[in-house]
Design a protein around this ligand. Sequence first.
Ligand SMILES: [Zn+2]
Length: 301
Amino acid sequence: MPEVPEMEIYKNYLNQWVKGKEISELNILRAKSINLELSEFRAKVQGKRIKEIRRRGKYLIFDFEEGDFLLTHMMLDGRLFLLQLDSETLKKTDSPKAEDLQSVIMGSSAEELKNIVKDLPGRASVIFGLSGGLILFFCNLTLGYLHYLDQVHLDTKLQELGKDPLDPDFNSRDFSKLLKGKRGMIKPWLMNPKNISGVGNAYSNEALFSAGILPTRGVSTLDDAEKENLFDSLVRIIRDSIRLGGDMEEPFAAWDDFTGGYNPYFKVYDRTGKPCLVCGEDIQKSEVGGRNAFFCPHCQK
Ligand SMILES: [Zn+2]
C-alpha cells in the first residue's frame, strides 16, 4: 500500500506535469470509485483547471482554480499513470495522430485499454484527458476512490486525520505528548491514521527497527528517549525513501525509472528469514494488530 513517501512522489510528479492543466475530458470506467452520479461528476469536473496538488497522509487533494476539490486515496493497490501523447508514444501505436489516440482512450472500456496502453499499471478506473496532450489514469481504485468535495466536506474528512509526519509544525516533543497516557502496542498505534497520518505497514516496521523497539511493545512502557528516537527514525526513513524513489513496482510514466528506488533499502520489511543487517540474526515475522510485523529479535527490545 502506498504510504507517505509514495504519495509524496506522486504529488511531486503531478505538480510537475499536471498542475495548471485543464481537465478537458473524462472516462469513468468504475462508477463505484466516485461519489456522485456519473453525469453530475462529469459536470462538476470537466473544464476545471488544476491549481495545485497537495498531500495529507496517504491522501492527495487536487485543488481547482474554480474552487472545490478532488480527494483521492489509493488504499491497497491504487496506482496513477501519466501518458504523454508525444511522437515517442505515437510511434508505438497504430494511431497516426495524438488527437485520435486521445479520443480512442476516452471511448475505450477497461478491457480494451489493456491492449492500447501496454504500460498501464492495472485496470483503469477513471481517466482524465488533460490540456497539452496528457492523459492521467487512476487505476485499480477498487478499495480506493476519487471523490469530488466542497471545502466543508474536505475539511470534515481531513479533520479525522492525525498530524502528517512531514508537517513542519510537528516534532518529537509533540509526538511524545500524543503517546502520553495511551495504551496498546506501538505498531498498531503508529499505523492508526487518527494518531499520525500516512504511516502504514512498511514504514512502521522500518522505523521500529531503526529505533530498536519491538512492534509489540506497550506504548506505556516507552521512555522519552525511545519516543524521540522513534519519531526521528520515522521522519528520517520517510525522507530517505522520498529522496530515493519510494517503494512501488509500477512507474508513474513510461520514462519513470525513479519510482521504486527505495525498495532495496528496507532492513526488516518483507525480509523474513533473511539475516539482520546489523547483527546477522534471522528477521522474524509475526502478526501484530492484524498486520505482519517484521523485526529483529536481537536488535529490538
Ligand atoms: Zn539484529
